[in-house]
Design a protein around this ligand. Sequence first.
Ligand code: ATP
Ligand code: MG
Length: 571
Amino acid sequence: MRWSRTLLETIKENPSEAEVASHQLMVRAGMIRKVAAGLYDYLPLGWRVMRKIEQIVREEMDAAGALEVQMPILSPAEMWQETGRWTQYGAELFRIKDRHGREFALGPTHEEVITDIVRRTVRSYRQLPVNLYQIHTKFRDEIRPRFGVMRAREFIMKDAYSFDRDEIGAEAAYDKMFQTYQRIFQRCGLRFKAVEADSGSIGGSFSSEFMVLAETGEEAIASCTQCNYAANIEKAVGKLPVISPEETPITMEMVSTPGKHTVEEVAEFLQVPISRLAKTLIYAVDKILVAVVIRGDREVNEVKLKNALGAQELVLAGPEQIQAATGAPVGFAGPCGLQGVGRILMDDSLHQAVNLVTGGNRADTHAQGVNPGRDFQPTQILDLKNVRAGDLCPKCSAVLTLERGIEVGHVFKLGMKYSRAMRAVFLDEGGEEHFCVMGCYGIGVSRIAAAAIEQNHDEHGIIWPLAIAPYQVVLLPVSPKDPRAAEMAEEVYAEMQAAGVEALLDDRDERAGIKFKDADLTGIPIRLTFGRGVAENMIELKRRDTGAVEMVSRTEIAARVKALCEKMAGL
Ligand code: ATP
Ligand code: MG
């Protein structure tokens, strides 16, 4: 392609709302343009990258034996009502009405629609297993669209759904997708990690996320320094050493703590370590009050709490509810003698803890010498805390570290959640009816492009991994007024095309400095410069990733570029 024919215009300034490098660079390199919050045009350069990623995904899915289909973006509300997700999905689901007043969802994911296909198509065990996928536009009314196409309201996803006759089959389908995902992300040139994850609103029993490691990632990941344990913070479990189990329980007594609200203030005032304090948080869970007791220096993980309670909605109780439950203003809640609280959940950070300091359920008062089991009865003791760096691995007890990541893919074991709700059944050899066992597997195609840039850029611009670069080579005649350079660039350009190398010829009548800057900004892996060397039939070849420069003769250039492309693609 000739640059002059691409409509490609680069931008000098970072867009003001772009907080992360990938967003800034995608806009500046002319890949995407904002239409409205979370809605983007993919311009020709950006779309080429999407097509490359899609192609890798498609090849690997096909190789895994999955079948490509295309489902409508609009799906009728009735299907969502069958599974209960019409209400459960909440505000993220875009809903529209047709001219007859019938309601539809703009698909954020397609479990309902695919299960409908299967219940109408599959009758016998002989048709199973089957894995169906599509690469299509998804809609989610994200509460905070941001980071460009990383968290958009309309984006491209590959979603796949497997149907098996039993758990063993479903397990194998899951493993196959897990391996397929590893190949896909490797081929895209990403540094990633698979982590255990929460299953969120999709549901199901077990899931793993594929995380691209990057400082700017929205997800926190805990990983073990010794074994292969890694989990999203929403799910990660960190073990703690037990606090002073040998201490003898003392009598509980109230102490006056005027104006001391925070754990830090109380700990300092009473001269005890914060870990000796137990915080009591009161939550309103689907309109019932639940108390959560946790060590003073730890934070409640609301995803774990929601899962433990099987709750749809969870909010901290308001001042009036707290007053009613504790008889005290906010800041003095404790687990002893609560009123109208359905359950007291205690985090396992307090397991076997003795002589705690808790709120006294009275203004300006705390209780000392509080002992769980004696002074209050936890309904349940379970892990409800956010893991921290330095906690111990639940598998091998080595130390955990925290890193940040961008979720690019998610694989779920769904079980029979959807097949049961929508009656997707098959007959076995004996004519007996069973529900299909399902799995679902998503990849954020557009998010991969952004994640790749987050991992691969410098102060000059993008550094594309070769496999997903919009073009493999940019040809840059330094001076358009030098007819020899321009002519040689044209010849090599034709040779590149003949050799199947994707080439972009910068034929613009621009200053050399601008062309060099744009070549760096757009991140094309190999740059060929037609400058002074042309007189000696030499072309400068520069790698965008390493910056390595070599002079290659005119006769060898096509073979050299081709070989380098193969090497950079890891072939
Ligand atoms: P997140 O936690 O980031 O919101 P999710 O758990 O909602 O993601 P899934 O429902 O598992 O995401 O969707 C599958 C994949 O689609 C994700 O792994 C991610 O790569 C991509 N994805 C999800 N939401 C968006 C979005 N708003 N914009 C772009 N890609 C997205
Ligand atoms: Mg989401």
